[in-house]
Design a binder for this molecule. Structure first.
Ligand code: SF4
Ligand code: SF4
Length: 348
């Protein structure tokens, strides 16, 4: 099928001259698929008119698969490096170019800048930003962006540094705080907003409706992770008409109220637990498994995280610290019961 990007609405990506489709391709899940399925998913998205593909050096095979699937085709690619050493970050740019089979990358992002200390480090002389400026000066990348999970840190990033053309941040039915501060600031500074996790890292039911709601908000683009052709077709279809019907709005309200009390936002205000329970990671593990796979989480220490749940005395000291009033001990029990069903996480 011939690509026809005109069939999907686009928005300008901040201060860049890039017109990106309002739904972009989130490149995390394809690393868990067979190569054949992954390439089919990427090509289907392209054929349906998606022109914006987001990946990362940290997503194992994702860059290579997108590079192979779209070699020679015109599309806008964003990738990222989590390396804080400038030489390492520069080498990551070169590796990304090779993996993506491109002579330049449209948007290169500093990956996962999640607190002010890290921000200070990447912005300081000799920090990773210098590597991206050098790559931009050399024409290897066109624009620089930043990604992270804490809106306060991203607000500081936009205020402190004019280099950032985009911010990428979680945004979905129950993570809406960026609408108060970060989004208005980005609009004022002409910085593009890329919504990651529009379906809560894959944990929400009715993903298309959750994505559609995101697209009604003042963001530039949403990049749901898409694992296969079916998900691509469902997710992309919503971009053709983002008007919410009254029934859809009612369902959005119902989902929001249900998810609000069940969804951990990974803010970690509830920590530290006096008993050493790793609350944030326990409640985030399901999303990691969905996006990166249980094996990967195990490599990152899942067994110790899950074991920490046994230390919970149900003292409830964490409850008043959670701004979302989540029933933390109940959620921990539910998550651990799920982890115990996964063979990779039960054997040591
Ligand atoms: S349980 Fe509450 S306070 Fe703790 S990380 Fe999740 S949302 Fe934040
Ligand atoms: S209820 Fe459990 S997780 Fe929360 S503070 Fe007490 S021991 Fe820690």
């Amino acid at each position: 099928m011939k690509p026809d990007a005109s069939r999907l609405p686009t928005r300008r990506l901040g201060k860049t001259d890039l017109e990106v489709t309002i739904v972009g391709f989130g490149g995390i899940p394809i690393q868990l698929e067979t190569e054949e399925n992954a390439i089919a998913a990427v090509r289907r998205a392209y054929d349906l008119g998606v022109n914006f593909f987001d990946t990362a050096r940290g997503y194992t095979t994702s860059e290579e698969r997108i590079g192979e699937a779209l070699e020679g085709r015109p599309y806008i690619v964003a990738t990222k490096s989590g390396d804080r050493d400038p030489d390492g970050a520069y080498q990551d740019v070169l590796r990304s170019l090779q993996n993506l089979r491109r002579d330049h990358i449209d948007l290169y992002q500093l990956h996962g800048v999640n607190d002010d200390e890290d921000l200070e480090k990447v912005l300081a002389p000799g920090g990773a930003l210098e590597a991206l400026r050098r790559a931009r000066d050399e024409g290897l990348i066109a624009h620089i962006g930043i990604t992270g999970h804490r809106r306060e840190t991203l607000v500081n990033a936009v205020k402190q540094c004019d280099d950032f053309a985009t911010v990428q941040v979680p945004f979905n039915l129950v993570e809406t705080e960026i609408l108060d501060t970060l989004v208005p600031l980005c609009q004022e500074r002409d910085v593009g907003t890329i919504a990651m996790k529009p379906v809560g890292g894959g944990n929400f039911t009715n993903a298309p409706l959750a994505i559609k709601w995101c697209l009604t908000q003042p963001i530039t683009t949403a990049i749901p992770g898409m694992a296969n052709v079916r998900e691509v077709e469902e997710d992309v279809a919503v971009a053709r008409d983002i008007t919410l019907t009254p029934d859809e709005q009612a369902e959005v309200d119902r989902m929001t109220s249900e998810l609000d009390q069940r969804t951990c936002r990974r803010c970690r205000y509830c920590e530290p637990c006096p008993q050493g329970v790793q609350i944030g990671m326990l409640l985030h593990g399901r999303s990691i498994i969905r996006r990166m796979g249980a094996e990967r989480w195990k490599e990152w220490g899942a067994i110790d995280v899950i074991a920490s749940a046994d230390l919970c005395t149900e003292c409830e000291e964490c409850l008043p610290k959670c701004p979302y009033h989540l029933p933390i001990p109940d959620l921990i029990r539910e998550h651990v019961a799920y982890y115990r069903t996964i063979p990779e996480l039960t054997e040591d």
